[in-house]
Write a protein that binds this ligand. Structure first.
Ligand code: HEM
Length: 147
């Protein structure tokens, strides 16, 4: 329906530039919750935001997150097909000390990135469509987290 169309159309160009858009998203994430920085225990120290955002391992994680979003957008007709992957992903985040509430903060950062990138195309309907999709992704990760 219309929601899927809004998501697919808006992701078409964003999905081709995952790292820059992912950086906007994570910069916002650390503004919203700077304590999340401490969960990235990479060899390259992630003490402060600018250092962290240029560390290769961190940029890899940014890419990983964007690839998951990409997978969700590409499987909008059958998000259940991602269930096992997302359960496992939730479990992995439990193991590295991420709290489930932090997934919602990532959602806020995602919406912020969309707003920055889409300008006037960022409508209430588009925001809601993205939020609905992200909520489904996070619900599965949260179930896996608690397993
Ligand atoms: C792995 C942190 C949110 C996708 C990891 C790892 C850490 C981490 C420390 C393990 C090291 C690594 O692979 O880089 C966080 C923090 C988050 C967060 C602090 C903030 C709440 C997310 C979200 C997604 C995601 C929302 C996707 C929607 C991934 C993927 C992996 C990963 C795909 C690799 C898992 C694997 O090795 O199979 N994350 N993460 N992360 N994260 Fe996150």
């Amino acid at each position: 329906g219309k929601d899927k169309e809004l998501i697919r159309d808006s992701w078409e160009s964003l999905g081709k530039n995952k790292v820059p858009h992912g950086i906007v998203m994570f910069t916002r994430l650390f503004e919203l919750d700077p304590t999340l920085l401490t969960l990235f225990n990479y060899k390259t120290k992630c003490g402060v935001v600018p250092e962290c955002l240029s560390s290769p391992e961190f940029l890899e994680h940014v890419t990983k997150v964007m690839v998951v979003i990409d997978a969700a957008v590409n499987n909008l007709d059958d998000l259940d097909s991602l269930e096992d992957f997302l359960l496992n992903l939730g479990r992995k985040h439990q193991a590295v000390g991420v709290k489930t509430q932090s997934f919602s903060v990532v959602g806020e950062a995602l919406l912020y990135m969309l707003q920055c990138s889409l300008g006037t195309d960022y409508t209430a309907a588009l925001r809601q469509a993205w939020l609905n999709m992200y909520t489904i992704v996070v619900a599965a990760m949260t179930r896996g987290w608690a397993m």
